[in-house]
Design a protein around this ligand. Structure first.
Ligand SMILES: O=P(O)(O)OC[C@H]1O[C@H](OP(=O)(O)OP(=O)(O)O)[C@H](O)[C@@H]1O
Ligand SMILES: O=c1cc[nH]c(=O)[nH]1
Ligand SMILES: [Mg+2]
Length: 212
């Protein structure tokens, strides 16, 4: 698995305000969206393109355009929804599928409560969005759903990642047989006994949408 930490002062600046417990929900939502747009630039570095002939007012030239089938974007509900707008702004022609997952607070095991993905993902590049990679259980399950449906190139995009979650992804997806990439804004220190990322930012879903 390829791991890319998007090391940029603007990303670090916005992440600092996102982490701050004084940041209110409207500001948190705006920052998550802006961060996703910055991470999307890194995450789409290998997006598939093909040559495209055009004529400028001056001369004929060969440019490029996104290949078909267009990529699929999959936010993991709830918190991944906070990143969706920032991603589709850069990839407006992409399709969007949804996975709803909630981590059991005691066992840390993910439970999937919604799944709206195309049945056939063969030949598709897929971008999975979730702000938090903690134990990695949710992301590994999400990627396994995509692999079962034939996705052949998967990029996970997270705002923060714990070393434990990266190790879990590396072990669980070692035999995926297709390229899997993680793009993240930061690798934090560790998980605490409650499974929260340290220093992290708390519960991303609650900070985006409130405690339910
Ligand atoms: O790496 P893991 O240990 O699986 O934890 C990370 C998951 O936990 C959070 O979701 P949560 O279960 O809080 O659901 P929510 O988005 O509805 O708040 C987060 O958005 C990830 O999906
Ligand atoms: O720190 C964490 C860990 C899991 N989920 C979150 O929202 N935050
Ligand atoms: Mg949550």
């Amino acid at each position: 698995m390829r791991v890319h930490v998007a090391d940029h002062p603007l990303i670090a600046h916005k992440l600092t305000y996102l982490r701050d417990k004084r940041t209110d929900s409207p500001t948190f939502r705006r920052l998550a969206e802006e961060l996703m747009t910055l991470l999307a630039y890194e995450a789409t570095r290998e997006v598939r393109v093909e040559p495209f002939e055009i004529e400028t007012p001056v001369a004929a030239t060969t440019g490029i355009k996104l290949s078909n089938p267009k990529p699929l974007i999959v936010p993991i509900l709830r918190a991944g929804l906070g990143m969706l707008e920032g991603m589709v702004r850069l990839l407006p022609s992409a399709e969007v599928g949804f996975l709803g997952m909630q981590r059991d607070e005691e066992t840390f095991q993910p439970v999937t409560y919604a799944n709206r993905l195309p049945d056939d993902l063969s030949g598709r590049q897929v971008y999975v969005l979730d702000p938090m990679l903690a134990t990695g259980g949710s992301m590994v399950d999400a990627i396994n759903y995509l692999l079962e449906r034939g996705a052949d190139d998967i990029t996970a995009v997270t705002l923060l990642a714990a070393p434990e979650g990266i190790s879990h992804m590396e072990k669980s997806l070692a035999d995926a047989g297709v390229p899997v990439t993680l793009v993240t804004g930061s690798i934090d220190q560790q998980l605490n006994e409650l499974g929260y990322i340290v220093p992290g930012l708390g519960d991303a879903g609650d900070r985006l949408y409130g405690v339910v």
